[in-house]
Design a protein around this ligand. Sequence first.
Ligand code: SF4
Length: 472
Amino acid sequence: VGQRSWRVEVEVKEAPPIRPLPPRYRVHVRKARLLTLLLKEAIHYRFNRKVVLSRPCIYGVFSGRLGGFRPQHAKCVACMRCKQEYPSVIKDIVPNPEFLALGDSYLTPEAIWTINREATTGGDITRGMGYKGPFSGPGFDSIWTDMSEIVRPTRHGKLDVEYISTRVDIGRPFVHLDAELLVAQEPRLLTSNLPIILDWLPPQMTSPHISLTLAKAAASAGTYAVIPRAHCAEGVVPQDHSSSVWAYVESQGEAQAPIRAAAIEVAPQALEAIPTLRRSFQGLVVQRLPFSPGFEEAMLRALELGADALHLCADYHGRGYGGLENAFITELLRRAHLRLLDERLRDGTTLIVSGGIIRAEHAIKAILLGADLVAIDMAALAALQLYPEGEARLPSRTRIKLSDFPLEWGVQRVANLLNSWREQMIEIMSAMGTRDVRRLRGEVGRAMFNEVEEDMLRRYVAGELDAQGVAP
Ligand code: SF4
């Protein structure tokens, strides 16, 4: 194949933040002792400036013009080497309160830091520092992916050694020929280069400028952005980008006039508008439904009315609505997938999920649990450096600190984020020995669940299971 790449290409360019993030750590130095140390080192190394300024930090925290007298806090990764090697010079390395004030309890400062890095570079986020976090945690952190194929170097999708596809189909695929009526069910499909779309944002969290940014970023990455119906007009999103947007329709009235979009996403309260839309609109009709009590019946009703795909959404913390606040998206999604399987409807539709998906691994885990693709919201806003004010759980109550940003910069940041997530997904699939993201849907056998593992351990300790996990 010569120089030709088999991979989906997203044009990646460095896009540094327009407002630098506050440093994660603050380094407190005893300046008099630092001076003594530097003098000793300067004599020992014959005034070799480079060597002297590399002390006591190899990450360059003290290599500015004023060295340790004005530490470059942003370079500190809290490795604690300086503190161990020069305990008398380094007073303390402490988390920066300004950094800790970013985001909320779900979109944590660390998550924002990661998204910022992904949106800046467009690549993966290998830091070479090892993993310092907990072994398991709530929500997505209680699921691990099976990386048993990681030892096979030929499976390296990121280096084009082996092609790993992230393309997904959205809509109603061709399922069967109805023998009685001798008519084939007409397929209505869109293809996305990656299993991620950009989600609709409530009016107080968006603007025509944000919609245009998301539409252009989606076009550049080969995916879709769901934007308000009013923003689909010429003057906000140009005609050549209309094939990358889905119009979000909130009422039957909004569905009347012709719509320039690849698909229509119908708001939960406008479910009964599906038959009208089905007749007047040639593209895909996607029904949005919240994870609230009765969502399974609502899914069946939407499919019966003619929806091509379902978009199930949790809140921004990945929780259900109404009486389902204590259930996490992982559990709710599993219920939805299994119900569609039971009804023999799963292969005839596409399941999109959103809410609480703020890392690339969340997307893969959602697909393992039964989604075809995910929609991202707060992560895309964080890439644009638009962060929530206070706790941001319910979309209707979430406020964003809106600020201006250049269009091109915003498009590049979101495209970089999407590419970075794609690279990470390929890395995970490569380690799992999977060559196509479509094959991963509902493959729970490729995941391990903390509760299950802990239960097996408990039963093993109690003598109920042997070392192979089998009851004696
Ligand atoms: S903790 Fe590590 S990165 Fe931070 S100043 Fe010390 S040596 Fe440098």
